[in-house]
Write a protein that binds this ligand. Structure first.
Ligand code: AMP
Ligand code: MN
Ligand code: MN
Ligand code: MN
Length: 296
């Protein structure tokens, strides 16, 4: 379908909402590993021209009420979201739940279970880091945490940058926090089935986050996408702050090939740390069906 026929279709629907020109459906607040409060993110998105916005903290919905309230005050269209940590084939995969009901008890209970174990993992990460000369790693990471339920590798990375042992968060990940490195602790997250069940229970749309970031060969990635779709997944991130521009084209092709809807999101974590600001990405290719196509 061309932009023109889409626009003509929209006209015939009469009272249909205008098609968003700048949707940003992926970002993080202090409630997980972002640097801003939920209301600050909403104000920044609005200032940057975003007209459809989702907050998608890792495994946590505690920022949604504040974000929704600020969005309503500004007249910014907002949907509740979450980014669920999943273990699939031994790899960590992220699945976005968009336009969810944030009060759904199945989703809330599942996320609470997924968060369990982060503190224990953080203590192990800290012990390993101390062995390679990072002093006060646990306390240091905690000093960057906004939600004690959600201590993440990002908080360790910020502590290590602040202590002068690395220049930026990316460098900390490659030197310390990824598989084979001295601060890496494997962790078992939710299963793909669980994450999809919770999102479906909460009447949301499940979107495979940043597929270009996984260390999977083509066969494994295709098998992941097949399983994801068979079990109710509907969308894939195409234009995303965690993708390189050439990957926008690659994953646009995946959306077409697998018949998935496309999503767009900056994956913004904070000013000075994230390379892509809220609302700053290019648009989705016009022939893809956006995940928000039929949202009210
Ligand atoms: P965790 O849930 O504790 O395993 O932390 C995962 C988070 O770490 C992701 O959501 C990213 O924000 C961040 N992260 C992972 N890999 C990298 C990387 N290579 N560079 C910067 N941040 C990363
Ligand atoms: Mn993150
Ligand atoms: Mn992610
Ligand atoms: Mn993210």
């Amino acid at each position: 379908m061309t932009e023109q026929t889409r626009a003509a279709g929209a006209d015939t629907r009469g009272a249909a909402r205008p098609r968003p020109g700048n949707a940003d459906l992926h970002c993080h607040s202090k409630v997980s590993d972002g640097m801003l409060e939920p209301c600050e993110l909403v104000r920044r998105a609005h200032r940057n021209g975003v007209d459809l916005f989702a907050l998608t903290d890792h495994d946590e919905l505690a920022g949604i009420a504040q974000a929704a309230e600020q969005a309503a005050a500004l007249g910014l269209r907002f949907v509740a979201g979450v980014e669920i940590s999943v273990t699939w084939g031994g790899e960590t995969i992220h699945v976005l739940g968009l336009n969810i009901d944030p009060g759904n008890p199945t989703l809330l209970a599942g996320l609470a279970r997924t968060r369990d174990g982060r503190l224990e993992r953080a203590r192990e990460i800290a012990a390993q880091l101390e062995r390679v000369g990072i002093a006060d790693a646990f306390e240091g990471a905690l000093s960057h945490v906004g939600n004690p339920q959600l201590i993440s590798r990002t908080h360790f990375a910020r502590h290590i940058v602040a202590s002068g042992k690395a220049r930026n968060v990316g460098e900390v990940f490659s030197r310390y926090l990824t598989e084979g490195r001295p601060g890496y602790v494997p962790h078992r997250w939710a299963s793909l089935d669980e994450a999809l069940d919770w999102i479906v229970a909460a009447a949301g749309v499940a979107v495979l986050a940043h597929p270009g970031r996984y260390r999977l060969g083509q066969t494994a990635l295709w098998s992941l996408i097949e399983s994801f779709r068979e079990r109710g997944g509907q969308g894939i991130e195409v234009v995303c702050g965690s993708h390189r521009p050439d990957q926008y084209l690659t994953f646009a092709d995946h959306a077409r090939h697998f018949g998935l809807r496309a999503s767009r999101g900056s994956d913004f974590h904070g000013p000075g740390e994230s390379s892509v600001d809220l609302g700053a990405l290019p648009p989705l290719p016009a022939d893809l069906v956006p995940v928000w196509e039929d949202w009210q």
